[in-house]
Design a protein around this ligand. Structure first.
Ligand code: FAD
Length: 340
């Protein structure tokens, strides 16, 4: 199988992983980021996109999603590559000292340096309390959409009332044979615009919205046939060959615990000069690391990324002199940023 080759593999595309691309890019290092989520931003995008953050230097107030958008703009000149919807499941060291990471989709990424910017660990979906749901997971029940084509022509039941549930209801409606959205209340936590669009499609009978909860599933050998929905007026049975429950996410350390790096209370201890882990060449920045005085703040992660990048450069380009430069006055840095 062909592998992706890069200078630096960044595990986690939260705000700190994103800013690391900038600091590494100033030293000419190419980055490939992997995130289990389907978009960049980590906690900012997933947990509080619309909340204003007040302690980002020089931004008296910026929404969490706004910060992620700005970071994406800032790192664009360095053309980072992303693998979304992928979890880095294993990490091994090769004989030449570089690293080989494998994702849960068996993609292989080889890098000279690994930066773990995995925050609180991997976001994992909460399983809804539907009896027997385990038997259909991975065949008919999915907790994320990796390829929309997998839902083409299916009777799809989407459960939940947040942005993920509404976004996928709208995106998959043209692809699926039928879409039934199930939420326990007629009020939603999702963006009002999405909710309005969903109700408009319901008016046109292009999808069905049911108030209630899924209480039972029928099918054989992992293939779903129907779902029972219990609502205020009793039970209804709807055709269901694919189901997407969106009941929120919890954070678990996940496979990082098996990578042979020293851990302390599910965090990765690092030094404060380079933010390197117990394994040379593997760095840990942002919420995932620990050191005396650590503050789990975005700005701390940004500082850690800057120092890590200097140490990473020594590994990626051994022997090359590292020159400290300001972006304001260095024409060479400005060229890299596309402004000179
Ligand atoms: P994260 O944002 O957690 O991103 C880590 C990413 O790594 C995730 O996207 C995850 O999916 C991915 N990942 C993990 N493991 C794997 C794996 N094995 N494979 C692939 N991907 C993986 N901070 C502030 O500075 N100011 C604030 O005002 C503030 N307010 C907050 C409000 C709330 C409600 C919350 C929850 C947090 C707040 N924070 C605030 C904290 C801030 O969000 C975190 O410090 C910041 O998100 C940490 O960034 P990170 O990039 O280290 O990790």
């Amino acid at each position: 199988m062909s592998s992706i080759k890069t200078d630096v593999l960044i595990v986690g595309a939260g705000p700190v992983g994103l800013f690391a691309v900038f600091e590494l890019g100033l030293f000419d290092m190419k980055c490939h980021l992997v995130d289990i989520l389907d978009r960049p931003g980590g906690q900012c995008t997933e947990l509080y996109p619309e909340k204003p953050i007040y302690d980002i230097p020089a931004w008296p107030s910026i929404s969490a999603q706004g910060l992620v958008d700005k970071l994406m703009e800032q790192i664009a000149p360095f053309k980072p590559e992303f693998s979304f919807n992928r979890m880095v499941s294993s990490l091994e060291r090769l004989e030449d000292g570089s690293f080989r990471a494998t994702t849960d989709e068996n993609e292989v990424i080889e890098a000279k340096v690994v930066v773990i910017a995995a925050g609180g660990g991997s976001f994992q979906p909460k399983r809804p309390p539907i009896p027997g749901i385990e038997a259909y997971e991975g065949t008919s029940v999915f907790y994320s959409v990796r390829r929309m084509e997998e839902f083409r022509g299916h009777d799809l039941v989407i459960v939940g009332g947040g942005d993920s549930a509404l976004d996928w209801t709208l995106n998959l409606q043209p692809v699926a044979k039928s879409v039934t959205l199930v939420h326990r209340r007629p009020e939603f936590r999702a963006a009002p615009d999405s909710v309005n669009k969903m109700f408009a499609l319901q008016e046109l009978k292009e999808l069905d919205f049911q108030v209630g909860q899924v209480t039972g599933l029928t099918g054989t050998d992992g293939q779903l046939n129907s779902a029972t929905i219990k609502g205020p007026d009793g039970e209804v049975e709807v055709a269901c060959t694919r189901m997407l429950p969106f009941f929120g996410l919890t954070m678990k350390l996940g496979p990082i615990a098996e990578w042979g790096i020293n851990l302390h209370e599910n965090l990765i201890p690092v030094d404060t000069e380079k933010f390197e882990t117990s394994t040379p060449g593997i760095f840990a920045i942002g919420d995932i690391n620990s050191y005396p005085g650590k503050l789990k703040l975005i700005l701390s992660g940004f500082h850690e990324a800057a120092l890590m990048a200097q140490a990473a450069k020594r590994i990626v380009s051994p022997g090359e002199r590292i020159v400290f430069q300001y972006t304001t006055s260095s024409t060479s840095l400005q060229k890299k940023l596309g402004v000179a």
